[in-house]
Design a protein around this ligand. Structure first.
Ligand code: ZN
Length: 435
């Protein structure tokens, strides 16, 4: 890396400059490559200087402790933190604090979200937040019901809590950012649910490219409140590194953008792709290299790479409006950021300021594309604490209009995950794609 940083590398006669943007690790790996105390040590927080408190395990109760800086790190001021000498990374021109962001796949999805689910399902009865087996079953039924409503952008659609031991990080993310707040309402006791909503809103603000600029400081405020309330509900001994780390998330977001910009999810999903390339257990590296070369060759020689804005699956079933009969009808179209179709899971979008359901996709003779849709007449807040959900783009909707509207495809502003709730639906904007 030192050579690459200095000289770049030569690619077909052009010098490519290489700059290390950040290093993404889980918490133990981060401590290892930085050569600092692990998260179970007293000075184990890599973002602030507090000395932890040991309550059967290491906890970090302070939320406003002095922050570590790249300069102080380089000077190795905090001897307790630098217990293992100097990291080879510090010889690069990289901020040893600021360019080692906290990865939310590990900290939030596999960390806090998993911990909360475990506390609700199996935590000490004395805490008063256990939900009981009937509620666990009801929650599982809801998650299974929702799985048919999950858009194509999500690789995994969610499973029952009885399979939680096999849940992947993406399933915890799906629960934390989409299905959880809908599924958990009326199951958790109100103060436990309110605490979860702090986490949900905070992480939503930091994960959403649309919200992150205006809501980053707000997210930090409510994540700090989440951590304080968390200690009141579950006990001070639960303030382990993962929970404490939430108070540092917004600093990294300010530098690197929304959480998915720099999370381990991209590596995790690529690992999955690599694994699927293997045909036999022998010589895996050679196989992977061969398959990747084959694919690159096919890509270069094939024009049929997915094109956006080209409708698919022509049909003749309508619905159509009366003066629109010289058009071709389609079921599906890939947009730049997401796919929309006329079927459940992929048919709910924001158009103008309405939450609408797509009924048909039309290609006009001049190549313009429009959609036929119905819209929800009633739109209100799904929750009002800690903020009105409409402010962050989440709505409770009901009563579809009986008549059809037509609108330009270009007026679509975002796609929603639309989940049923009693006689209404909850519409939550899709923030990322796993494909
Ligand atoms: Zn800290």
């Amino acid at each position: 890396m030192k050579l690459l940083e200095r000289d770049g590398f030569d690619y077909l006669g052009t010098t490519i400059e290489v700059v290390l943007s950040c290093v993404i690790c889980d918490t133990p790996a981060r401590a290892f490559v930085k050569a600092v105390k692990g998260h179970s040590g007293y000075y184990g927080c890599d973002k602030c200087t507090q000395s932890g408190i040991y309550i059967n395990k290491m906890t970090f109760p302070e939320i406003n402790a002095a922050l570590r800086t790249d300069i102080k790190f380089d000077e190795m001021r905090d001897e307790e933190h630098h217990a293992h000498g100097r990291s080879p990374f510090s010889r690069l021109s990289i901020g040893m604090v600021s360019q080692f962001p906290i990865d939310y796949m590990h900290l939030v999805c596999l960390g806090v979200m998993k911990k909360l689910l475990m506390l609700w399902m199996k935590g000490p009865v004395s805490l008063g937040c256990r939900i009981g087996s009937t509620a666990v079953n009801m929650l599982s039924e809801r998650l299974i019901e929702y799985s048919s409503y999950i858009p194509r952008e999500f690789c995994r659609k969610g499973r029952s809590l009885h399979e939680i031991d096999r849940w992947k990080a993406t399933e915890y993310r799906l629960f934390c950012l989409y299905t959880g707040p809908v599924a958990l309402s009326e199951i958790l006791s109100p103060h436990v649910y309110a605490n979860f909503l702090l986490l949900f809103v905070g992480i939503t603000c930091l994960a959403s490219p649309q919200l992150v600029n205006n809501f980053c400081s707000y997210a930090n405020e409510i994540l700090c409140i989440f951590v304080q309330n968390f200690a009141q509900i579950y006990g001070n001994d639960m303030l382990v590194y993962n929970v404490h780390g939430l108070v540092h998330l917004s600093e990294d977001v300010k530098k690197f953008g929304p959480l998915d910009n720099y999370s381990a999810f991209v590596f995790e999903s690529y690992l999955g792709k690599l694994k699927r390339l293997l045909r036999t257990p022998n010589r895996p590296l050679q196989q992977v290299i061969r398959r990747i070369y084959e694919r690159q060759f096919i890509k270069r020689n094939n024009d049929s790479i997915i094109k956006t804005r080209e409708p698919k699956y022509e049909h003749t079933h309508g619905p159509l409006l009366r003066d629109l009969d010289s058009v071709k009808q389609y079921k599906e179209i890939q947009m730049d950021d997401f796919l929309i179709s006329c079927s459940r899971g992929n048919n709910c979008v924001k158009l103008d300021n309405d939450v609408v359901i797509i009924k048909n996709i039309l290609l006009h003779s001049n190549q313009d594309i429009s959609i036929i849709y119905e819209k929800f007449m009633d739109k209100s807040d799904f929750f009002t604490y800690p903020i009105s959900s409409s402010i962050i783009g989440i709505h409770k909707v009901s009563r579809l209009t009986r008549h059809l509207f037509v609108g330009k495809l270009t007026l679509i502003k975002c796609k929603y995950v639309l989940l049923p709730k009693h006689d209404s639906f909850i519409a939550i904007p899709v923030m990322h794609s796993e494909k």
